[in-house]
Design a protein around this ligand. Structure first.
Ligand code: F0G
Length: 365
């Protein structure tokens, strides 16, 4: 029998990255050098176990943005921010970060041949994120202070020196990040009823809302979702309406007490008829474990806030609603928190003995 093997000589369709895909909606010109790692096009995954907990024929999906090239949604903003920085002739970028922004800034800046400087809160950045920033070749400055203090410093540096700020106060960041809303609509055929999202510096919720509004204006969707923002209880300034001086949460990515995009987040919530809710660390970690063990989806703790949130206010979810929870970062970013989760299924120091192993497996003759 003769097998016909594919030859791969024909051009294979591939995803060219966000800017090429959504170019008409983005502030780029022929003069913009596109810096891309082919980010975006992340899957929208049904999570039936979580949907079943809500009931009432609600459909729940997660937008798994942890599958971006550096493992978080920040790549969406960074492809555009770094492309525009390069276009403007900038030689260096700087950001403050709880980790993911620093990884993305470092990767895209180095790809563009720019220097990357990142300022992080010492001791509060998950191991995977720090490892990324260092290996991508950023200059990493760990300060004895929190994210809010780091952001203040990078704002000052970028005002005083020729270094481009790539935190979400850079307008191009949000322009890039809004494409996640486009992808959701392109996949579902319309906007969901609810968009559930973790909120830290509040850039992403602002960006999503902008994306849904823009697609709606261009008649790419019939409706816009209610924007449901979730903050960690120990770092929930938008929920309480007050700056939190010393934010604390296991979800270090959203350990932020004074969000830079506070007003954008409030506008998104009010214009969409949405809501802000705080979720405790215990609720975040329960959702984090549930996503992994029941759905096979490993996200980082901050990301699980969106799922913890929808479960917390499940009585408010309309019957037959379509809900999308944004999973902003990959679980591999923070292996320490994963290993701290008590599981009864880890048997260490076991002798290499068939009977013993079979016994542990619950098998017997
Ligand atoms: N989820 C993850 C995994 C994050 O890293 C962040 C923010 C958020 C959610 C919140 O998004 O700030 O737009 O409201 N991380 C920033 C950083 C602060 O430095 O990586 P936001």
């Amino acid at each position: 029998m003769i097998l016909t093997l594919p030859t791969f000589q024909n051009k294979v369709d591939y995803w060219p990255g966000l800017i090429a895909t959504y170019r008409p909606y983005l502030p780029v010109t022929d003069a913009t050098p596109i810096v891309t790692l082919h980010e975006g096009n992340t899957p929208l995954i049904p999570v039936p176990t979580i949907a079943a907990q809500i009931g009432r024929q609600v459909e729940v999906f997660v937008k798994y943005d942890g599958l971006n090239p550096t493992g978080s949604f920040k790549d969406r903003g960074m492809t555009l921010a770094v492309s525009k920085a390069k276009e403007s002739g900038s030689k260096a970028v700087i950001c403050a970060s709880t980790g993911n922004t620093s990884a993305a800034a470092a990767a895209y800046a180095r790809r563009a041949g720019l220097h990357a400087f990142v300022i992080i809160p010492d001791g509060y950045v998950a191991m995977g994120k720090l490892a990324q920033a260092l290996l991508y070749g950023a200059e990493v400055i760990a300060i004895q202070g929190n994210f809010d203090e780091a952001l203040e410093i990078v704002r000052q540096v970028s005002e005083a020196y020729p270094v481009t700020l790539v935190n979400s106060v850079n307008p191009y960041r949000l322009e890039g990040q809004k494409t996640a809303a486009f992808e959701i609509v392109d996949t579902l055929g319309d906007a969901p009823d609810w968009l559930c999202i973790p909120v830290g510096n509040a850039g992403n919720i602002t960006a999503y809302w902008r994306g849904f509004c823009q697609y709606h204006q261009h008649k790419r969707c019939q409706r816009r979702p209610q924007m449901m923002g979730f903050q960690a209880a120990g770092a929930s300034p938008i929920v309480s309406g007050q700056i939190v001086e010393c934010p604390e949460t296991v979800a270090t990515a959203i350990r932020i007490g004074n969000p830079a995009n506070w007003e954008g987040a409030i506008a998104a919530q009010q214009d969409s008829g949405g809501k802000f809710t705080a979720v405790t660390d215990a609720e975040i970690l329960a959702a984090y474990r549930m996503l992994a063990a029941d759905e096979g989806i490993f996200c980082e703790p901050a990301s699980a806030a969106s799922v913890a949130g929808v479960l917390k206010i499940k009585e408010d979810v309309p019957t037959q609603a379509t809900v999308v929870c944004v999973l902003t970062g990959n679980g591999l970013k923070d292996p320490e928190i994963a290993l701290q989760q008590k599981t009864k299924r880890f048997y260490q120091g076991v002798a290499p003995d068939l009977d013993l192993v079979a016994q542990i497996m619950g098998l017997s003759h």
